[in-house]
Design a protein. Structure first.
Length: 398
């Protein structure tokens, strides 16, 4: 009998997408679904970016350099300099989305059986990429009561073993929206140096910080060889389908290894590189409008959530996600029930159960992640729906 690989069996399903069949069935019944489950912004991709693709004029759609178009990488040097990150174009490898940057980093820096430490809850696909690379995620729990602040360094020390090779952070964080402070980043620097670890820093939401500023891992001094930035245009320019990211590193041995993986997949997408290059030419104030819009959405969703009986939602400092603790027994069951069995005035809401963002079994059972990527009117209606749903669900479980 044919069998599936152990890797294939262990690969986790996406906690964000696994409820899609239930959402599709709800829509087929005529129910409107408010999608707060996935970080797909409704903000339009800038016209200037789309026009750059529409107006492209070439005879052959060629492979690019495996590291990405040099013209794009050189323009990214200027972008990074504008946020205080100083690299040259040879220290940037363009990837097929931020996802490939994560995968390349794990494959190039870690051996099968190695361990990487990640504060939980964490972006669920880190777990998937770790399984694919044969490495073990060691979670360290941050809690909703502290707003998901960085766990104490003693917690990291307690989990470090001879197989520990890296720490992974996301700043601002997905799924919690937490913005790590400069002091917290300096604490990570010290432990990385002490134990000779890599520091993988996912900075996909760099532009969206609402209180305070982002401290990049590359703002830290004295650890250039340890730091790897994983980046993407997906959320920055509302261009998720472009699938263009970047692997940024100053460690030449790491770059040489990653290039071999990049060559094996030949090249990143050509049209999306054109879009990414055009995006760098957007006006300097482009992010002012989008950031203000996301902040107003955050303020609304957090206010509405915390006004509901038994609900607690800490105020996220960045990205466009909020984690909320609900008066429910099982987030997976509740989120499926919302789509299968509930509607309020012909509508329901799709949320992401938080269990899929934790590595420790049993955590997140009463928590959900909400992506505030809808307009204010839709967020208000979605919160109306959730508020009534919680009252109805309470009667079922009590």
């Amino acid at each position: 009998m044919l069998t599936i690989s152990q890797r294939g069996q262990e690969m986790p399903a996406s906690p964000i997408r696994k409820l899609v069949p239930y959402a599709e069935a709800a829509k087929a019944r005529g129910t409107k679904v408010y999608h707060l489950n996935i970080g797909q912004p409704d903000i339009e991709t800038p016209k200037m970016v789309l026009d750059a693709v529409r107006n492209s004029d070439f005879k052959v759609l060629e492979y690019s350099h495996s590291a990405g178009n040099e013209s794009y990488r050189r323009k990214l040097v200027n972008y990074y300099a504008s946020v205080g990150i100083h690299v040259n174009h040879q220290q940037i490898i363009i990837t097929t989305g931020g996802s490939e940057a994560i995968q390349f980093g794990f494959l190039a820096c870690l051996d099968a059986g190695d361990e990487l430490i990640i504060p939980e809850p964490f972006y669920a696909n880190y777990n998937g990429f770790a399984v694919a690379a044969g490495v073990t995620v060691v979670p360290i729990t941050s809690t909703i009561e502290t707003g998901f602040a960085l766990p104490p360094i003693a917690d990291f020390e307690a989990k470090i073993t001879p197989r520990t090779k890296a720490i992974v952070i996301c700043n601002p964080n997905n799924p919690t929206g937490y913005l790590y402070s400069k002091e917290e980043m300096e604490q990570l620097k010290e432990i990385v140096l002490k134990h000779n670890l890599y520091l993988f820093s996912d900075e996909a939401y760099r532009e969206f910080c609402y209180e305070g500023t982002q401290t990049s891992a590359m703002h830290l001094t004295g650890i250039d060889d340890h730091v790897i930035i994983m980046d993407t245009i997906s959320k920055r320019y509302s261009a998720c389908g472009g699938r263009i990211g970047a692997f940024v590193c100053k460690n030449q041995k790491v770059l040489d290894a990653v290039m071999k993986f990049a060559q094996a997949r030949l090249s990143p997408p050509s049209f999306a590189q054109i879009a990414g290059e055009a995006a760098i030419d957007l006006p300097a104030n482009y992010f002012d409008t989008t950031k203000a819009e996301y902040k107003s959405r955050r303020d609304l969703i957090v206010k509405r959530l915390n006004a509901m009986d038994g609900v607690f939602c800490p105020n996220p400092g960045g990205a466009f996600y909020a984690m909320a603790k609900l008066p429910i027994d099982d987030a997976d069951v509740f989120c499926q029930w919302l789509l299968e069995s509930y509607d309020y005035e012909g509508a329901t809401v799709m949320l992401a159960p938080a269990t899929g963002f934790y590595g420790t079994p049993g955590l997140g059972k009463k928590e959900v992640r909400l992506a505030y990527v809808l307009n204010l009117n839709d967020i208000d209606k979605a919160m109306d729906c959730l508020e009534h749903a919680l009252k109805a669900y309470s009667k079922l479980i009590n």
